[in-house]
Design a protein around this ligand. Structure first.
Ligand SMILES: [Fe+2]
Ligand SMILES: [Fe+2]
Length: 247
């Protein structure tokens, strides 16, 4: 079994970051002993160099390997450059155990809230996924902006502008799981055979209604994918249990 913890929207910065919530969540996640942690963007609040320095220190708390993509907040104030310096590549592909691939995409644009993958990165994604199909790899894609609107998040503004093309590429290449953030509201959509999961915010106080801070955990066995919502400091909730592969 592979266990993935999916965290998002830390928003480290002066006014919105709740350090005690972050530390509590990190302790919980370390106790779960995930194989990896995927962080889907908005690590910082303004993309400031100092905020990224703080984030880099906070992320050291996690015991499992962590892979992050930037969010719209991270690309402000030259943050997209700082991200590469202090966090890592903005787009990446990793393969575990020979047949399990995770691809991270950068959907942010400097100083803008909107999201898109863009044609060059889309072409790269297509090539990577074709390889996955050819090798029979199970593939997951991580991206900050939501691929389709999320309920209970108010007026829709920042859905990925090339979401139609990306959804087509994902569904036609057997991608089973997409991990998103951005809206600070947890949600699961199933579209064709694709499961699109939005994680809530791990540690920001910019929350909507009664949604508290939370993260997602995926238990992926040879047979099933279990998707759990973990409110920080609360009881986990099984949101979905679906077959790993469909006939
Ligand atoms: Fe955010
Ligand atoms: Fe965002």
């Amino acid at each position: 079994m592979i266990r993935i913890a999916h965290i998002s929207d830390l928003h480290v910065g002066m006014s919105s970051f709740e350090e005690d919530v972050f530390m509590k969540a990190a302790e919980e996640i370390n106790n779960l002993q995930p194989d990896m942690i995927i962080l889907t963007g908005d690590l910082t609040n303004h993309g400031y160099y100092r905020e990224f320095q703080q984030v880099a220190r906070y992320l050291e708390v996690f015991e499992a390997p962590l892979f992050a993509v930037p969010g719209n907040h991270d690309s402000r104030n030259l943050g997209y450059q700082t991200f590469e310096e202090l966090i890592g590549e903005r787009s990446w592909k990793l393969t575990m155990r020979g047949d399990f691939t995770v691809i991270g995409l950068d959907s942010s644009s400097p100083d803008e809230n909107r999201g898109d993958v863009g044609r060059p990165q889309h072409l790269w994604l297509e090539h990577q996924l074709e390889d996955c199909v050819e090798n029979g790899n199970f593939s997951i894609v991580a991206i900050h902006h939501h691929l389709i609107p999320v309920p209970n998040t108010g007026r829709e503004r920042n859905v990925l502008s090339d979401s139609g093309e990306i959804l087509q590429t994902l569904t036609s290449n057997n991608v089973r799981l997409v991990l998103c953030g951005h809206k600070h509201v947890p949600n699961v959509w199933k579209l064709n055979d694709l499961i699109i999961v939005n994680a809530g915010s791990l540690s920001s106080n910019k929350l909507r209604g009664k949604h508290g801070n939370s993260y997602m955990v995926y238990n992926i066995s040879d047979e099933d994918i279990e998707i759990f919502l973990h409110p920080v400091g609360g009881e986990r909730l099984l949101l979905e249990k679906v077959p790993k592969t469909l006939l």
